[in-house]
Write a protein that binds this ligand. Structure first.
Ligand code: ADP
Ligand code: MG
Length: 324
């Protein structure tokens, strides 16, 4: 049986079960996404390896912006689970509510429906266990040096003594290759370097989940690729849990081990895919290009098409069962 993108789309609501083995449909998605060769870097942590429940559980989350004039629904009934050491990617077109979801997980916005739980505890506000790296280069206070930028939240939120905070800040700056710039001010750094500082600052906090909202989207293509590679290297070192937002299909496939596809405004779950097979080395592969096209189809498939495909899939399944 060939697995079509529409099949993945039609099965999307089931994909949230998360555990590959437990969800036959996610298994289908695997088949569609082919090659199970591990990435070149040393292994990845499978969600199954985490015997406990999900680290982050998003359950039926609807998010809205309300003003006196109108209500904007940003996401509708979104569910997914993130397991320890996942590199979980939220992928969807601009305006589908990715940033809003990340803000809700960070605790800045309260869902109008559904729940967000971290380690089984309902998220009720911001906390140092969730740190966000944004797209903007101006997320570093310009009056603090690089090392002060990284150390400051450690002192405030993690209550580390000054010397300890500085030592940890330098350790993480070294990890992103910026130790020589510890005493520089942000305005003297390139966009890529500023993002590295923001990443070092976030990792130094040792959050339960690192949230990244299109962190490389404003960088030039070469720097962007370099940053993706560095992020994956850091992940290999530290095995942090990452929730990464992007609207780039290629970036999602390269950075993520699992991808949640969200439909256009308001964001709804379209499908959940495994993507650990792909890396920068795959970028020119025919299989990689085919998957990009497939995901593109899934993202921009109209609701009408989706229903027609769901019907076709039902028939196909009934036929298959009849032949079994
Ligand atoms: P994405 O990050 O996927 O591009 P957003 O989460 O930024 O999408 O936005 C989702 C929807 O919510 C969009 O329709 C956007 O216009 C709307 N929106 C975002 N921020 C606000 C806001 N502060 N007030 C009202 N509507 C907003
Ligand atoms: Mg956004």
């Amino acid at each position: 049986m060939t697995v079509t993108p529409s099949r993945l789309g039609a099965h999307a609501p089931l994909a949230r079960r998360g555990l590959e083995g437990a969800a036959p449909i996610a298994g289908d998605a695997d088949a569609a996404f082919g090659q199970r060769t591990p990435r070149a870097a040393p292994g990845y942590a499978s969600p199954i390896a985490d015997a406990g429940g999900p680290l982050l559980a998003i359950d039926g989350v609807s998010l809205e912006y309300r003003s006196r004039e109108r209500i904007v629904r940003a996401t509708h009934d979104v569910s997914f689970d993130v397991y320890g050491s996942d590199r979980f990617v939220l992928l969807g077109p601009s305006g589908c509510g990715k940033s809003t979801l990340l803000k809700a997980i960070a605790g800045f916005i309260e869902p109008v429906g559904g729940t967000i739980a971290l380690d089984g505890q309902r998220v009720r506000g911001p906390g140092p266990d969730r740190v966000v790296v944004f797209q903007e280069f101006d997320q570093l206070p310009p009056w603090k040096t690089v090392v002060e930028n990284v150390a400051f939240p450690l002192r405030v939120a993690r209550k580390l003594p000054r010397a300890e905070a500085k030592a940890r800040a330098l350790h993480y700056l070294d990890k992103v290759g910026l130790a020589p710039f510890a005493d520089a001010y942000p305005h003297t750094l390139s966009g890529g370097m500023k993002q590295r500082v923001a990443i070092a600052r976030a990792l130094a906090m040792q959050p339960r989940v690192l949230l990244m909202d299109e962190p490389f989207a404003a960088l030039d293509a070469l720097t962007r690729r370099k940053m993706q590679e560095e992020l994956l290297r850091l992940w290999d070192d530290e095995r942090f849990t990452l929730l990464f937002v992007t609207h780039s299909i290629e970036e999602a496939l390269v950075v993520g081990n699992r991808i949640l596809l969200l439909s256009a405004h308001p964001g709804r779950v379209r499908a959940e895919l495994n993507s650990h097979a792909w890396s920068h080395a795959s970028l020119d592969d025919e299989g990689f290009r085919a998957n990009v096209a497939r995901i593109h189809g899934l993202l921009f498939e109209t609701e009408m098409n989706a229903e027609a495909n769901a019907e076709a899939n039902r028939e196909e399944r009934i036929n298959a069962e009849a032949h079994a």
